[in-house]
Ligand binder design. Structure first.
Ligand code: ZN
Length: 140
C-alpha cells in the first residue's frame, strides 16, 4: 500500500466512523463555524481539567475532508495540555500551508497533508482548527 493510499484510508475511516462525535454533558467551552464554499458545518465542545483538555467532542456535517479532519483533530488533542494542543494546531497549519512541519507531532493528522494541493479544500481541512481555536479562547 502506498502512503497516498494509506492516507486515503485513514480519511475514509474517520469519515465513516468518526471519533469523538456527539455532545458532552457539561462542556466548559463551545464553538461553531462553517465553510459556506463547501457547506461544511462544525461544532466543538470541550471539557477542561486544570490546563488539560479532558474531553472534546464535535458534531456537524459536511464533506469527508472537513468531518474526518475534525475526528482526527479531536483524537490528536484529547487529553493534551492546552499548550501542546496549540502546538499541534500550529504544525497542522504549517502542513496545510505547504511549509515544513513536524510529522511526529501530527500523527494520523498527516493523512490530510495532500489537501494542500487542492486550495479549495484547505478551508475544509482547516475548519476544525478554526472552531477549536475559538473554543480554546474561552478557557479562563
Ligand atoms: Zn468541505
Amino acid at each position: 500500500m502506498s502512503l497516498e493510499e494509506l492516507f486515503k484510508e485513514i480519511i475514509i475511516e474517520h469519515y465513516q466512523h468518526p471519533k469523538n462525535h456527539g455532545h458532552l454533558d457539561h462542556p466548559d467551552a463551545k464553538s461553531e463555524g462553517s465553510n459556506p464554499l463547501c457547506g461544511d458545518e462544525l461544532q466543538m465542545e470541550i471539557a477542561f481539567e486544570g490546563d488539560r483538555i479532558k474531553d472534546v467532542m464535535f458534531s456537524g456535517n459536511g464533506c469527508s475532508i472537513s468531518q474526518s479532519a475534525a475526528s482526527l483533530m479531536t483524537e490528536a488533542i484529547k487529553g493534551k495540555a492546552v499548550g501542546d494542543a496549540r502546538r499541534i494546531m500550529e504544525e497542522y497549519k504549517h502542513m496545510l500551508q505547504g511549509s515544513t512541519y513536524n510529522a511526529d507531532m501530527l500523527g494520523d493528522l498527516e493523512a490530510l497533508s495532500d489537501v494542500k494541493k487542492f486550495p479549495a479544500r484547505v478551508k475544509c481541512a482547516s475548519l476544525s482548527m478554526a472552531v477549536l481555536d475559538q473554543a480554546l479562547q474561552q478557557k479562563k
